[in-house]
Design a protein around this ligand. Structure first.
Ligand SMILES: Cc1ncc(COP(=O)(O)O)c(C=O)c1O
Length: 625
């Protein structure tokens, strides 16, 4: 390819800016996951290696035309997968300019601007998060590598205290080093322990509670000598925080190193309203976090913060004749990387633009959205499994098969995207609200889509397969009469395509898997396919119950203990759930889903108790009137 003239470069970049702007502007209208046509379009990339150079504009046009539709719209407002922040526009702009600069930020002499921004960002981060002044910040590809870098420093510092130089002598013959992790430590932290030679399996695991928090009472009392304890700010499923004051006190008694994996949760330190979660976090020795998650800078940008910069230098200093001794923070001597891009530029741009209140607001707003989402789904009868203390919501349908079918149906629908997970050995759907672009409207639309998917999940391929594969039975207590509603709610302002609209009056009772040893003995069950019978709403229920929302057809286990039945009745009374006796079955109606009246609900708070765990339910979405 010939050298591009100045005007051509400008035209090329202007064209890219136009295309990128169009891409971002279109995010709201397109399905979150790419559709089959977009995926098929990727075949356009299957070209032989060009023997002759081509036109740069044509290359970028192909990238946009075939590539953009086949992206996952994770930077839009309705992507709730993994823990993924979108790119804030100022971070994107800073990223473009920094790419134009193409700075290697390994040493200050290679990029004075990157070095200065590194200093500024380090100071701002420690101030914003309330971490010890003077801590070092280093930028890596993500929290996985930030964990690895911090644990390397931890290992070397602890063994140095015991008189062993790991960098010089390796780990053979080194003193024993105890590593303690919580039962729910993130997989990348465990991998990091393997990478730094401490072993994935050699760790001592402390049991966790029902939210995934380390149980402080189980911290081992018998630890002496070099030790590293790994705690977590933001459990990847629940968003829960470990009890840091207890962990730090335990470590201080023993001279142990405390590392915190705060890939997303560390940003909660910017919200004074969450100090009950973050208290004691500043007492750690190192912290790993991601800016590409909650701070909404583009991938890849992880950050390791270490209380004493010399602990990083001990592990990562490199010596070579061509490396000039320099003033200022030398990134390559504080990270496992040598050459590195100037990730701090984007972090600086977001911090400068949002300021302290803006970052706090980002945390508060996304957490509020998570609570609102949980409230919608809980009201609709889905089980919210976690205390929604942060931006994570864990959801489950009535059975494991229905949960998997729900995830599948949500992803196919395309209104939003949520991923599957496993929580306490059973499938669940995970919703993570981490993007600056998510609005209240996005949450409402997405909740509607999820609720609708819960109604038709069993109709998807996965749902069908689950129904066919499993011995699925459903309570068919016959209630008689005509069904006044179809099963799928319309999204406001959005017509569902014909193939997604269930036929009016079609069955919407979801199959419930009954363990054979119970099911076969119970009267009133038979196997059903997709066309289960329809149960009408009883006439004597209040008007709002008729106007959409969720109808639960319930069957109380006749063999249930009286105490459990009393608990269930009390739960329903407090939740305002109404029952009607029809023949051998019951119908139960929760207050209708009136989206204007929905407010974030406290978990188990007054008037809003958590779902009674052993109520035997089937969920039925009801079309809005
Ligand atoms: C708690 C925790 N630690 C580490 C990671 C790994 O982060 P990354 O993929 O950015 O390296 C994640 C990712 O979700 C996480 O949630």
């Amino acid at each position: 390819m010939s050298v591009l003239a100045d005007a051509e470069v400008r035209a090329l970049l202007a064209e890219v800016a136009r295309r990128a702007g169009d891409y971002l502007a279109g995010l709201d209208e397109r399905p979150v996951a790419p559709d089959p046509a977009a995926l098929a379009g990727l075949a356009r990339f299957d070209e032989p290696l060009p023997e002759l150079g081509g036109d740069a504009a044509a290359t970028l046009a192909l990238l946009d035309e075939a590539g953009s539709p086949a992206t996952v719209a994770s930077t839009g407002g309705r992507y709730f997968g993994f823990v993924t922040g979108g790119s804030h526009p100022v971070a994107l702009g800073a990223n473009w300019l920094a790419a134009a600069w193409d700075q290697n930020t390994a040493l200050p002499v290679m990029s004075p601007v990157a070095a200065r921004l590194h200093e500024v960002v380090t100071r701002w981060l420690t101030e914003l998060l309330g971490l010890p002044p003077g801590s070092a910040a280093v930028f890596l590809t993500g929290a996985a590598m930030a964990n690895t870098a911090a644990l390397t420093a931890a290992r070397d510092q602890q063994l140095a205290q015991a008189g062993w130089d790991v960098q010089a002598d390796g780990l053979f013959g080194a003193p024993e080093l105890t590593v303690i992790v919580g039962e729910n430590a993130h997989s990348t932290l465990i991998r990091a322990l393997g990478l730094v030679g401490l072993g994935r399996e050699r760790v001592r695991r402390v049991p966790a509670d029902d939210q995934g928090r380390i149980r402080a009472g189980h911290l081992p009392a018998d630890v002496t000598g070099p030790a590293v304890i790994c705690a977590q700010a933001g459990e990847v499923n629940t968003g829960a925080f470990d009890p840091f004051p207890d962990i730090v006190a335990w470590a201080r008694e023993r001279g142990a190193w405390v590392h915190v994996d705060g890939a997303f949760g560390l940003w909660a330190m910017a919200d004074p309203g969450r100090s009950h979660l973050t208290a004691g976090l500043d007492g750690a020795d190192s912290w790993a976090t991601d800016a590409h998650k909650w701070l909404n800078v583009p991938y890849d940008c992880g950050i390791a913060l270490v209380r004493r910069p010399e602990d990083l230098r001990r592990s990562f200093a490199a010596v070579a004749g061509y490396l000039p001794p320099g003033a200022g923070f030398e990134a390559m001597h504080h990270t496992p990387a040598s050459s590195q891009r100037a990730r701090q530029v984007e972090v600086w741009a977001v911090l400068r633009t949002l300021g302290r209140p803006g970052v706090t607001d980002l945390v508060v707003r996304t957490c509020d959205h998570a609570q609102a989402m949980a409230a919608y789904l809980r009201r609709a009868g889905l089980d919210v499994l976690n205390d929604v203390v942060l931006n994570q919501v864990l959801v489950r349908a009535a059975t494991d098969e229905l949960t998997l079918a729900l995830v599948d149906a949500v992803q196919r629908d395309g209104t939003c995207w949520c991923g599957p997970t496993t929580w306490q050995h059973r499938p669940a759907m995970r919703i993570s609200v981490s993007g600056w672009a998510t609005s209240g409207d996005d949450v409402r639309k997405s909740a509607d889509a999820i609720i609708a998917a819960a109604g038709r999940g069993r109709l998807s391929e996965a749902g069908r397969a689950a129904v066919q594969d499993q011995r699925v039975r459903v309570d068919v207590a016959r209630l008689g009469g005509q069904q006044p509603h179809g099963g799928i709610r319309h999204l406001p302002g959005r017509r569902l395509p014909a193939e997604r609209q269930g036929p009016r009056g079609a069955a919407r009772v979801e199959p419930r898997r009954v363990p054979p040893e119970r099911g076969v003995h119970q009267a009133g069950h038979h196997e059903v396919g997709a066309d289960a019978p329809v149960h009408p709403l009883p006439r004597d229920l209040p008007a709002d119950a008729e106007q959409g929302g969720l109808r639960r057809v319930i069957r109380r286990d006749p063999g249930r203990r009286p105490q459990a039945r009393r608990r269930a009745d009390e739960h329903d009374r407090r939740a305002g759930i109404q029952h009607a006796q029809r023949g051998r079955g019951h119908q139960e109606v929760r207050p209708g889903v009136d989206r204007e009246r929905l407010v974030p609900l406290g978990d188990g708070g007054p008037g809003h108790p958590a779902p009674e765990p052993d109520t035997d339910v089937q969920h039925q979405a009801v079309q809005a009137a």
